[in-house]
Design a protein around this ligand. Sequence first.
Ligand SMILES: Cc1ncc(C[n+]2csc(CCOP(=O)(O)OP(=O)(O)O)c2C)c(N)n1
Ligand code: SF4
Ligand SMILES: [Mg+2]
Length: 497
Amino acid sequence: MTEKIKLQRPKGFFSKFDRRPGPVKTNMHYCPGCGHGIMHKLIAEALADFDMQQNTIFIAPVGCAVFTYYYFDCGGISVPHGRAPAVATGIVRATPDAHVISYQGDGDLAAIGLNNFLQAANRGENMVVFFVNNAIYGMTGGQMAPTTLPGQKTVTCPNGRSTVNEGYPLKVSEMVAALDSPVYVERVALSTTKNIMQARRAVRKALQNVINKKGFSMVEALSGCPVNLNFNAQEMNEFIDNQMMSYFPLGCLKDIADNRDPIKRPVSIYAKNKVKAVLFPQAVDGGVDAEFENPSELFKKERRIKCAGFGGQGILSLGMMIASMAKLRNFNVSWLPSYGPEKRGGTANCSVVLSRSEVGSPLIDSDCNLLIAMNQPSIDKYLPELKDKGVLLYDSSTASAPENIGNRIVYSVAASNIAEKMGSIKCANSVMLGALAVILRDYFLEKDDPQDFDRVFEEAILDCFSHKKNTIRLNFNAYYAGKKAALEILQSSTVKG
Ligand SMILES: Cc1ncc(C[n+]2csc(CCOP(=O)(O)OP(=O)(O)O)c2C)c(N)n1
Ligand code: SF4
Ligand SMILES: [Mg+2]
């Protein structure tokens, strides 16, 4: 007699969860009784049954379901808290044939990400949102969520949610159903077998809508978080069926997919080549591509640059221009400005990190290897942070370097004086940039392409001053004046160090 297998792992899951760290490769990480596991199973079954895995991108933001990529055998992306519908929008607009799933908790969707979610719904993006509403922040230990019930106790409302103080729970499905764009909104529950079977139907309907390009669908699943609510399995189901359902009634709130034609959106502005051209102009122009690796040791190292000076000297723009230039050379970059009262005349600074691999910390303190200082307080304050053999480039019209600078290398250019003679001291930052392009050519250069090298600096200036078109020419001139001054300095060997 052949054995009949009634329960087996849906084919939409990996057969083994190899992506899970640690020795356990067969179980999920969810607590016993958690609704996420049930919802996962319903989705995984449908993905396989509809043969849509190859074309599906599953997006999980922050929350207990952040690790969906451990389990679902399809494309997967983890994104910041609340941002799944925004990322999903980008994907679906750039790749209209992808089946995009945004899987979100109530804290994620209804608190930090409410606007992202509502705007995507209102635009009628072709995606499905699976909204797992467990009335609590599960992952972080049980804080009040926008969907926490009146009177429900959580760690942040130990006396129960007060409607006077915290308002009433958000009825997300009702809100979304009231919009014109969404085609399908249903609220289900992951409690009894009957409810779960209805949830299964809803999941399938929503996925069919995505396959048929009908637009925005959402399934809200009332779900259990027994660990944070201190319930056993039975109490959890009773809570869902009695408490949650009386506030969040089950049912289909909207289903107009049959009346809608498949979405057809203009793709031209999102054409892949155009996006590529913006991100990697050199790659598209047949120049250096993203895979290119410069053999020099210096090139492989992360460049950690601090730009500092007075507020008003264009320090943040200088950092931004360096970051833009590096971005155009296919570096990964970060730019971290320091604002505050310094904007009003004190020292202003920004940290710029350029890297061939991932940027670790964008913050620079004692690991700076290039300090660009445009006033004396900046040299005094940040020179101690400059590493051994690090480079100091400063504006000699406003500051001077101490005699004893150890093993560091010092260059100076009278940037403010040069800029003033050109008609505006404000473009001293572009003079510094020009000097940098000469002095630290090796620092940024890829292959032997000097013309191209200037082009990226020019593009960086264009990028930075696109909102101030009348200053672009002045900044170009300042850049070349800075280059000239630096060349003269190098030739007359007045460089200290
Ligand atoms: C930007 C940001 N803010 C806050 C957090 C902390 N945080 C992690 S998960 C979470 C709430 C998750 O709750 P929910 O979306 O309901 O998911 P659940 O774990 O209940 O499934 C919060 C606030 C974070 N990781 N990132
Ligand atoms: S904390 Fe709650 S939501 Fe998170 S895995 Fe455990 S039961 Fe599920
Ligand atoms: Mg939650």
